[in-house]
Design a protein around this ligand. Structure first.
Ligand code: ATP
Ligand code: BTN
Length: 253
């Protein structure tokens, strides 16, 4: 089901039974110089989110997918990568019939106010040279109740939202078919050609938000889309401020 051009780019496509984390596994392996390595797992025993948080990853229930590839031009250029990957994944889900999927900056896939999935970008590399990035994606497809009970924020899965749910294989194929070309475009041209597409998926735009800083302080503002480098633009006390993903959590109010 993969488009031939996409299949050609895939250096490997593997499904593991159980891993600590598909991101961790791809980080342990060498990444191909050209093309993409893709890894799926049926379960993760230490699925992870941002800043060491846990990602609930029960067996044979949801999608856990990571892809590794190199990007030219140094770390600074990767600022918008999670947004670009988010656009590709959200568009793939919309194409599969889940029309109300949105993106909550910087790395959440949402439906309504509830978390459907998330992206975790990890990696790094030499200064100036090509940078290796692992792009991890979790999407809730059919979350079993015992795991659901442990998620401490509003969440949703595809099965609870809308039937029929495509198989995880079909979902993965659709996602890779959108994601790989998007990563090529991003590597070549940066974020520019995604800003319009991001805007149509952006659930924060025009909404009041709280910006929670790492030091515990909170600022109130209005979300006004993203900047060229992927920062969230928030109007605080009349001034537009760039908020960078590493430092903050955003809560719509
Ligand atoms: P931020 O807005 O800063 O990203 P976040 O709470 O979304 O905050 P993440 O690191 O992005 O934090 O995601 C991890 C969090 O997501 C966990 O702390 C948990 O609350 C929630 N979570 C864990 N597993 C799942 C899952 N399978 N589906 C939905 N939410 C989950
Ligand atoms: C988040 O919202 O914090 C991002 C969650 C990312 C989860 C995916 S599942 C596949 C990959 N492997 C991991 O350990 N995490 C990502």
């Amino acid at each position: 089901e993969l488009a031939p051009a996409v299949r050609q780019q895939l250096q490997s496509l593997e499904v593991a039974w159980s891993l600590d984390s598909t991101n961790a596994e791809l980080l342990r392996r060498p990444t191909p110089r050209e093309g993409v390595a893709a890894l799926l797992a049926e379960q993760q025993t230490q699925g992870r989110g941002r800043r060491g948080r846990q990602w609930a990853s029960p067996l044979a229930a949801n999608l856990y997918l990571s892809v590794a590839r190199h990007f030219s031009g140094g770390l600074a250029r990767l600022g918008g990568l999670s947004l670009v990957a988010g656009v590709a994944v959200a568009e793939a889900l919309r194409e599969a019939g889940f029309h109300e999927v949105g993106l909550k900056w910087p790395n959440d896939l949402v439906a309504g106010e509830r978390k459907l999935g998330g992206l975790l970008i990890e990696g790094g590399g030499e200064h100036g040279g090509p940078v290796r990035a692992v792009i991890g994606l979790g999407i809730n497809v059919r979350m079993p109740a015992p795991f659901a009970a442990r998620i401490d924020q509003p969440w949703i899965d595809l099965a609870n939202w809308q039937q029929p749910v495509p198989s995880r294989n079909q979902l993965a194929a659709r996602i890779l078919s959108r994601l790989l070309p998007a990563l090529d475009t991003f590597d070549r041209d940066g974020l520019a050609c995604f800003s319009q597409r991001y805007a149509t998926l952006d659930v924060l735009r025009g909404r009041a938000v709280d910006v929670h800083q790492g030091d515990g302080s909170v600022q109130h503002g209005l979300a006004e889309g993203i900047a060229d480098d992927g920062a969230l633009q928030v109007r605080i006390d009349g001034r537009l401020q760039a908020v960078h993903a590493g430092e903050v959590s955003i809560r719509a109010t």
